[in-house]
Design a protein around this ligand. Structure first.
Ligand code: ADP
Ligand code: MG
Length: 393
């Protein structure tokens, strides 16, 4: 094993029954054809029983995994970009039986334009970097081999008191803007981010906000302070309700859509100051803030080279205002090989954290989670180590 300390949990059972979810509109709109041409026969030859579901609209996959009888499936496989997996993970955590549901092995096949998790999974095998159909075939082989590992999820609290779960990234500023503005170039495939980056560079701007975080190194101190302060924070809109529901053992129908999941132990409510031992970043002017929990931000952007599937770490990057367009471009070009950290760019800061809070001060803007737009405003996040399972080895 070259990268990753992802502990092998289990192997998929044989025969294996896979639910395969395909988004026909993701990427260049070829995911269904790519699946038929490259994956179907491979799975047949491996003796995998696979049932294909083609999504008809946004949130269709989320609803399907929320309502399906999971005992029918040994794995849920997503053939799309990262957006469809985001739906599936949040759908699993909306289930009253979320605790076992989130342990369903998930598989990813790159069929979108943003295939960051597929690229990360391939990277963790230690094989040299590939793209397009080669990446698809590599991920297909992984499904056939069937090693299952733990994968970190990050719980994200938004100003609307909603909580959601993320497997890849939280972005604000340059990266979030490129992600969303480049959706109209989805037909270009992974190149959409290159085009989007160049367009955004031309109108480079500064984003005002407050950033604070709990560094990995101060974790112990945090635990001590919490034991003095008592109970871990539970979001009244989410966790308490789900805990009551669990204790009662019967689930009122109006609760079936609320997100469950484990309580957060490192966070305090968004209307309170972060705990005193958190680090508050002195800067207020940023070009980007990017929290990553896997190695790749896109197929060809190796943002966090030392990230592993279940390191329990949020790899936090930010770029201070004052960076030149040229220097920023150079950073993104270096990121193709994961060499941006070695460029000694004075504006780039990288730190490993367990939790963070971001309070944008500009009244409007874009915030993305796993490449999907979420409600703009104050946001905080905490990593839950190894909460989910991914076919990855
Ligand atoms: P891409 O990498 O090309 O962006 P994604 O998997 O991220 O591909 O999907 C893009 C968006 O499309 C996601 O927000 C997803 O929820 C949504 N989606 C999924 N299925 C459909 C569908 N059948 N029609 C329209 N949108 C869909
Ligand atoms: Mg997407």
């Amino acid at each position: 094993r070259h990268h990753g300390d992802g502990v092998l949990m289990q192997e998929l059972p044989r025969p294996c029954r896979m639910m395969v979810l395909v988004n026909p509109l993701s990427g260049k709109g070829q995911s269904y054809t790519l699946y038929n041409n490259h994956i179907q026969r491979m799975l047949n030859e491996a003796g995998i029983i696979h049932t294909l579901f083609v999504t008809e609209r946004q949130n269709h996959a989320r609803e399907m995994v929320r309502d399906t009888d999971l005992s029918q499936w040994d794995a849920l496989v997503i053939m799309s970009g990262d957006g469809l997996l985001y739906e599936v993970i949040n759908g699993l955590l909306e289930r009253p039986d979320w605790e076992s549901a989130i342990r369903t092995p998930l598989g990813i096949l790159p069929g979108g334009s943003g295939n960051a998790l597929a690229a990360s999974t391939h990277y963790y095998t230690g094989a040299s970097s590939v793209s397009n159909v080669e990446l698809l075939v590599s991920c297909g082989f992984l499904l056939c081999r069937g090693p299952v590992s733990r994968m970190d999820l990050v719980s994200i609290h938004l100003s609307s008191s909603t909580r959601l779960f993320s497997f890849l990234s939280l972005a604000w500023g340059f990266v979030a803007d490129v992600d969303i503005e480049s959706e109209k170039y989805r037909h270009l495939g992974a190149a959409r981010f290159t085009v989007g980056t160049l367009v955004r560079l031309a109108s480079l701007r500064i984003y005002k906000g407050k950033l604070s975080y709990l560094p990995v190194s101060r974790e112990q101190k945090n635990k001590d302070s919490w034991s003095q302060r008592g109970e871990p924070y539970r979001n009244p809109m989410v966790s308490t309700e789900s805990i009551n529901v669990q204790q009662l053992g019967n689930i009122p129908s109006q609760n079936s859509r609320s997100l469950h999941g484990p309580p957060d132990s490192l966070l305090v409510p968004l209307d309170q100051q972060p705990p005193a031992h958190w680090v508050e970043v002195p800067e207020k002017d940023f070009v980007l803030v990017l929290a990553m929990y896997q190695s790749h931000l896109a197929e060809d952007l190796l943002a966090a080279p030392d990230a592993t599937l279940d390191d329990g770490v949020i790899h936090l990057f930010y770029v201070r205002a004052g960076i030149s367009r040229f220097a920023l471009l150079r950073l993104f070009l270096a990121m193709e090989k994961g060499a941006h950290l070695a460029t000694n760019c004075q504006h780039l800061v990288y730190t490993k954290v367990r939790a963070l809070r971001l309070e944008p001060l500009s009244p409007q803007g874009i915030l993305t989670v796993d490449g999907e737009v979420v409600k703009y405003g104050p946001v905080q996040a905490e990593v839950h180590r190894g909460l989910s399972r991914l076919i990855s080895g």
